[in-house]
Design a protein around this ligand. Sequence first.
Ligand code: FCB
Length: 448
Amino acid sequence: MAGFPNDFLWGAATSAYQVEGAVNEDNRGPSIWDRFAHAPENILDHSHADVANDHYHRYKEDVQLLKALGVTAYRFSIAWPRVFPEGTGAPNPKGLDFYDRLLDELMANGIEPFATLYHWDLPQPLQDDFGGWLSRDTANAFADYAGHVAGRLTDRVKHLFTINECSRLVDLGHGTGQDAPGLKLPKRELNQVRHNIALGHGLAVRAIRSHGRAGTRVGPAENIVNCIPAIETPENIRAAEIAARELNAGYLTVMLEGKYTDAFLASTGRDAPKYGADDLGIISSPIDFVGLNVYTPAHYVVAADNKQGFALAPFPASFPNMSAPWLKLGPEAMYWAPRHVAKLWGVKSIYITENGTSAADEPAADGTIYDLDRIMYLRNYLTHLQRATSEGLPVQGYFLWSLMDNFEWSDGFATRFGLYHVDFKTQRRTPKLSASFYREVIRRNAVV
Ligand code: FCB
């Protein structure tokens, strides 16, 4: 198999709350993750991210970590509570200074910035005053913030992601309560939250168009509910496409089609969200690319002679997974995610915005972390990505999650996803063997 296209972008990713620390500096306001993590029962190791990787102060060192990998792009997120400490109203004059410095440092090192506007750190006042994403006010405030950032930073950032993983934000933040704000909403309210988040995405797209410099590109970064044909027959492939369209109905489907599918509306029934006549047009405002976070297959699909036209095969208990039980090892997910998006919606530009795995990451006797399981995982997923690009699917870049170990949400620091190991007592960063593997992939522009 040939390697990747010549202009393929290789990157690594992080997010603000997971790495920055400095939660009380330069007038940053509190976010729902500060509040959530400070209730010790919410986080596995009772930690919070007040300091995390201290990236706010160590960003220059961290840009050198990127440089040592040879990446050409970096995906980070901007903390809304730094920019608007109250969520709305007057911007904090110091709010974007850190990102100004970070951008300059990236540019000076030849690394192209890709910025996510919302990686889950909602300003706490919006939760307290409006009920967060239960209210359209939050969607409007998000658009104001997005427009402000676009006006200030798009001289250097040409690619903006609106919301990271709408579906996890809905399901884990507002359904199971595993993520901030830790809510377990009833169906009707959960459907409203889902709608308002999609609306926030669309309003932000429009705000970025009106405030950003010409040439600014914008899109979502979504963890598509990934539907894989169990066996690649034309019937199963068609069934997997139907399943992908239905199971992403509240996210990519409505963003790209401007309507909720009939089956989705039937499933919400009396608990359907309330929305205005213009909402679906706003949600489906034209985007320039789709970002996809791809970790694991959600479902293996077979053709079925039923009303919906597909059936989801149950996972056998023996199906392999990586160190986290949810992280099933199904590398073909990396091929089918972009293939569905290109085929179902004719999307012409796709980025893999996250992919990676946690691992035990124990140092061997010589001190090295031989994370062979992570290398195995990456090699397999990247092989399927290479299949995708060699078949002409329009994937233009790949961001590995994550540059370095960081605060892994409700797992705290116990779960490590980094290419660089971080000792959180000393803040020392040390490359794992997977960092060498990734550097070699980048150098050859091919899976090795
Ligand atoms: C994704 C998140 C990211 C990271 C990875 C492991 O759902 O977007 O911040 O936690 O999972």
